[in-house]
Design a protein around this ligand. Structure first.
Ligand SMILES: Nc1nc(=O)c2c([nH]1)NC[C@@H]1CN(c3ccc(C(=O)N[C@@H](CCC(=O)O)C(=O)O)cc3)C=[N+]21
Length: 281
């Protein structure tokens, strides 16, 4: 039997191959896409992600700069760094790694990034464009989820997509993207009553809550597609929001953690950076 496990790493490699070709074409025209990644403080997990992003850039030929700023930096200093990157012609995409230290206003920092360089798709202008259906930078994790669903060969059209989680960076945008694919969408959250019953109606379940293994087999419809956005560290191991071992025998397709949505998030970031570069010329 063919595996029902969606290999996010493999899908990512396939997409990155074609992105590499695109970068080569641009380089032949003397155009070099560039990404700046800014990280504040020295949280080890954040540092790992930032390094993974820089490495992915280098692998496909995108120029990258990483700015590791001290925990004690003021909001003003961070805003000045962003101003500098906004006017840097070599830089087409700017990513400020979240979360930021408590004393820094995250939204103010995101809003300072030029919307044209907002390859995370977190700027209010891009969020607003997404809401009304205008062309915008799509947030990377939601875009990666939709891409993974499409690559199963299944369509979202007419399907009931149940999203668990309502964050601005995953839950809300992935619900909107599903809607634009003509899915029927339900958003569940911490106050949802009868969560298990609602999730069980999902032809497609997208879990983005941040609670290890909270989606169990009894909550999932036979043959559902299950996309696990969770990245929870439990005893030093990465665990999703879905109880993978239980649910994999019920799902028609399921993403593992690690090796599912995570690599796709980075791939979509690379794609957005190339788009940003092309728009700038
Ligand atoms: N401005 C901003 N943009 C982000 O996109 C952003 C952010 N801040 N803050 C943190 C989260 C987290 N995130 C991940 C990206 C890739 C993996 C990934 O590739 N994970 C691997 C495993 C990596 C490991 O082993 O730790 C996988 O799932 O297979 C995970 C998490 C992006 N984030």
């Amino acid at each position: 039997m063919m595996s029902n496990i969606i290999d996010g790493k493999q899908v990512s490699l396939e997409i990155r191959d074609s992105l590499t070709e695109e970068v080569k074409k641009l380089q032949k025209q003397d155009i070099q896409p560039g990404l700046a990644v800014v990280i504040v403080g020295s949280d080890p997990a954040s540092q790992t992600y930032v390094r993974a992003k820089a490495k992915a850039c280098n692998n496909i030929g995108i120029y990258s700069e990483v700015y590791e700023l001290p925990e004690e930096i003021t909001e003003q200093q961070l805003l000045e760094k962003i101003d500098e990157l906004n006017s840097d012609m070599r830089i087409h995409g700017i990513l400020v790694q979240l979360p930021l230290p408590k004393d820094i206003n995250e939204q103010a920092v995101i809003e300072r990034i030029s919307a044209d360089k907002d390859v995370d798709g977190f700027h209010i202008l891009n969020a607003g464009k997404l809401l009304v259906g205008q062309d915008s930078y799509l947030p990377c994790t939601p875009a990666g989820c939709i891409e993974l669903i499409k690559r199963t060969g299944e369509t979202l059209e007419g399907k009931h997509v149940v999203v668990i989680g309502r964050s601005n960076i995953v839950g809300k945008p992935v619900a909107l993207l599903s809607l634009y694919e003509n899915a029927t969408v339900t958003i569940c959250h911490s106050r949802t009553q009868n969560l298990a019953e609602i999730v069980k109606q999902g032809d497609i379940v997208i879990a983005a809550v941040g609670r290890p293994k909270m989606i169990t087999a009894d909550m999932v419809k036979d043959g559902a597609i299950v996309i696990d956005v969770g990245i929870n560290r439990v005893d030093g191991k990465l665990v999703g929001d879905v109880d993978f071992e239980q649910v994999k025998d019920k799902a028609s397709f399921i993403t593992p953690v690690p090796g599912g949505v995570g690599p796709m998030t980075i791939t979509m970031l690379l794609q957005n950076t190339i788009v940003a570069c092309k728009k700038s010329v």
